[in-house]
Ligand binder design. Structure first.
Ligand code: BGC
Length: 727
């Protein structure tokens, strides 16, 4: 504990010392780092003096207990007040045990396992000396060209919100001070980073405040309601002002309206990026704008240490702003118990014991099994154990399946598809690479043909290298690289059944794959245990249950394409629609190839007897929507039953479907379960044109089923309400 009130500590600090607390630098800037002084590449251009760096209040990306302890020790030896460092890092989908990427976790619709994955990540990170993770990423995503869709749980505000909550619970637990296996969570990127125009990273974002509130803000808010300690700004502009200097966004909305009183950190370099954005003339103005907008910690540029003192001394920035930021930083250090134990849970021995344990890897495997989505299956899967299998493709025996943001994971330790299959007692497994990810040769194709020739069935492991998505991983074409499409063609010509397994960080345009393969299993980047999970799925030892959390476009020309779109005045499928003058493409369908909520199983589910408890919903009342779900196939399996609503006459246009709830249920062959959901007036509220959040009396549809597509509507009416009902 602090020996004196934090205000006393603050009062004893010089202005320079206070400003230093607001700076975050990467590990090589610190004494005791394994890479001490290796200020190369982008770090070199920062122009940060040694003395400034030595006093910085937090560090980004220390790796391992040994380094964290040694940095903290060296730091405290020179700290006048004994204020410990906060050690932060990107623990996005695991520390050393790598779980599937978040977009895949979204497809599991399993928030319990998602929470467990975050708890394991927190434990591994905590014993390795980390105090704060830059996660969850709660950005809603609609554009698969954007490489960072892999970091999000998808296109739906409700689904993203329940996952954001689960991740925060997993990282932080119930008591951050006492539970040393937990780390603080920093939700990002505030706000609307996922809406970069054209899917080009860091690009302009442009939307109405109504859309921002309705679609993009709920998941960040949910993370904060769950107690996330920190928020990170985004790189983009929000209504023309870079988020990092956006007073409306941070002071008014985040701090005043949402009452957030934790630390706000800029994204990497984002304070200074106000200059190229064209909203700050120089570093001095950038510092002023960021501190005034409420940014407490500047990550990886030095506008604060360079200019805040001068700004305060000349009277153009209020010192109170710095004090308030320092107090928040001291509060988190105190909450994490760092004044008592600056090393917290960092422990080299425990790190050896806990990190990448069998138990953690088992959870990663189960989550990977539940995250894969079966997109097509025409009789080829599950494979029969007596079949001779040829595993072909650039991902047949490739450990690049951890995905972006897995710094501490090791590709060498990842289980490849081939390795997974080889662990099973199968008669014969043939293999060939067929092509590299983006290049290939006739010779490689010939080898693949040779392997395929001798096999009964081909498992074709295709995909994107991990650096083809993630930050700065935007792509304009989202098909597989041509060389892999050529491999598909050549395999097709072998006239053997083909099951494709795809490794990628974004929904792809699957033309060139989907029509030639008999089965397609979307595995995303499945993490450390990917090969075992996929093997279990291919052999039917696990049954696919994932459902897409982001639509797969028919082609890139449709983007953005998402399930919760609006109708137009000229819908294509209206009974009186004309042939031409309707909202449509002349060359492709309007519908995505695979919509949100879609995913197959080895068994079949029948959702019948959908019904409402009443056709009338009173403002104080409730309505039950229910259906009977039967497993009509031969395998035990899990089904995600989804509830959607549609407001038929809103004050502003309303989505054709909006997810309101879901349940994941398990059914034995022949078993039937009744699934029911409760709807109340509160579930029907939305942002009106005056930004009031309320419902409209009138007609609604409810839909219940196993996908967002092809659901029959159930009609009900919400009765008018009086002012006093609106609370
Ligand atoms: C990313 C953030 C990340 C930060 C620190 C930035 O480039 O946008 O998501 O947390 O770096 O590594």
């Amino acid at each position: 504990m602090l020996t004196a009130p934090r205000e006393t500590l603050l009062a004893s600090m010089t202005l320079d010392e206070k400003i230093a607390q607001l700076l975050q630098l990467a590990a090589p800037f610190f004494k005791g780092s394994e890479h001490e002084g290796q200020i190369t590449g982008p770090l070199a251009g920062l122009g940060i003096s040694e003395s400034t760096a030595a006093a910085a209040g937090s560090v980004l990306g220390a790796s391992g207990a040994k380094e964290s302890i040694s940095i903290q020790k060296a730091y405290l030896e020179e700290s006048r007040h004994g204020i410990p460092l906060l050690i932060m890092a990107d623990i996005i989908h695991g520390y050393k045990t790598i779980f599937p990427v978040p977009i895949a976790i979204g497809c599991s619709w399993d928030t319990v396992l998602a929470e467990e994955s975050a708890a394991i990540a927190a434990l591994e990170a905590a014993v390795s000396g980390i105090h704060v993770t830059f996660a969850p990423m709660a950005d809603l995503v609609r554009d698969p060209r954007w490489g960072r869709v892999m970091e999000s749980t998808g296109e739906d505000p409700y689904l993203n919100s329940v996952f954001a909550r689960a991740f925060v619970r997993g990282f932080q637990g119930k008591n951050l001070t006492e539970d040393l296996s937990k780390i603080a969570s920093c939700v990002k990127h505030f706000a609307a980073y996922g809406a970069a125009e054209g899917g080009r990273d860091y690009n302009t974002v442009n939307m109405s405040e109504r859309e921002l509130r309705e679609l993009y803000l709920p998941a960040y808010k949910a993370a904060l309601e769950e107690g996330a300690e920190m928020v990170m700004t985004s790189f983009n502009v929000v209504d023309g002002v870079p988020a990092t200097g956006n007073k409306w966004l941070m002071r008014k909305l985040l701090r005043e309206e949402w009452q957030f009183n934790g630390i706000l950190i800029s994204d990497w370099g984002a304070v200074k990026e106000q200059i190229p954005h064209g909203t700050a003339e120089d570093e001095k103005e950038a510092a002023k704008k960021a501190i005034e907008a409420g940014v407490d910690i500047e990550m990886m540029t030095a506008c604060y240490p360079g200019y805040l003192k001068e700004l305060i001394e000349e009277g153009s920035v209020n010192e109170g702003l710095v004090d308030e930021a320092v107090l928040r930083i001291l509060d988190l250090k105190e909450k994490l118990g760092l004044f008592d134990n600056p090393y917290r849970a960092a422990d080299e021995e425990k790190e050896q014991e806990i990190v990448f344990s069998k138990q953690h890897r088992d959870t990663a495997r189960i989550l990977a099994e539940k995250s894969c989505v079966l997109l097509k299956n025409e009789g080829v899967l599950p494979l029969q154990k007596e079949q001779k299998i040829a595993v072909i493709g650039p991902f047949a025996d490739n450990g690049d399946i951890l995905g972006p943001w897995s710094w501490h994971g090791s590709k060498e330790d990842a289980v490849t598809v081939l390795a997974g299959l080889q662990k099973k007692n199968l008669p014969e497994i043939l293999t060939a690479q067929g092509s590299h990810i983006e290049t290939g040769s006739e010779e490689m194709l010939k080898e693949a043909e040779k392997a395929a020739e001798q096999a009964d069935v081909i498992v074709l492991a295709l995909g994107e290298a991990s650096e083809m998505s993630g930050e700065a991983g935007s792509r304009a074409s989202i098909q597989l690289p041509p060389v892999q499409l050529q491999l598909v063609q050549r395999m097709k010509a072998m006239k053997k059944p083909i099951a494709a397994v795809l490794f990628n960080g974004r929904p792809l345009d699957l033309h060139g794959v989907i029509e030639h393969c008999d089965a397609v299993l979307e595995a995303w980047f499945p993490g450390s245990e990917g090969g075992d999970a996929i093997t279990n799925l291919l052999l039917g030892e696990a049954n696919p249950s994932g459902k897409l959390s982001m639509s797969f476009p028919y082609s890139a020309g449709q983007i953005p394409v998402y399930y919760n779109n609006y109708n137009t005045g000229r819908p294509k499928d209206a009974p009186d629609a004309q042939e031409r003058y309707v909202s449509q493409y002349l060359d492709i369908p309007n519908e995505p190839l695979f919509p949100f909520g879609f995913g197959l199983s080895y068994t079949a589910f029948d959702c019948s007897h959908a019904s409402l408890s009443s056709e009338i919903l009173s403002p104080q009342g409730e309505l039950t929507v229910s259906a009977q779900v039967t497993n009509t196939g031969e395998y035990a399996g899990e089904e995600v039953v989804q509830l959607y609503v549609q407001d038929l006459s809103g004050e502003v246009v309303r989505p054709l479907k909006e997810l309101k709830a879901f349940q994941k249920i398990e059914l034995a062959p022949g078993e039937t379960k009744e699934v029911s959901f409760t709807l109340s007036e509160k579930d029907l509220r939305y942002y009106h044109s005056d930004l009031s959040f309320k419902s409209d009396a009138g007609k609604f549809h409810a839909f219940i089923g196993g996908s967002s597509r092809d659901l029959a509507p159930l009609s009900f009416e919400l009765l008018h309400m009086k002012e006093e009902d609106m609370k």
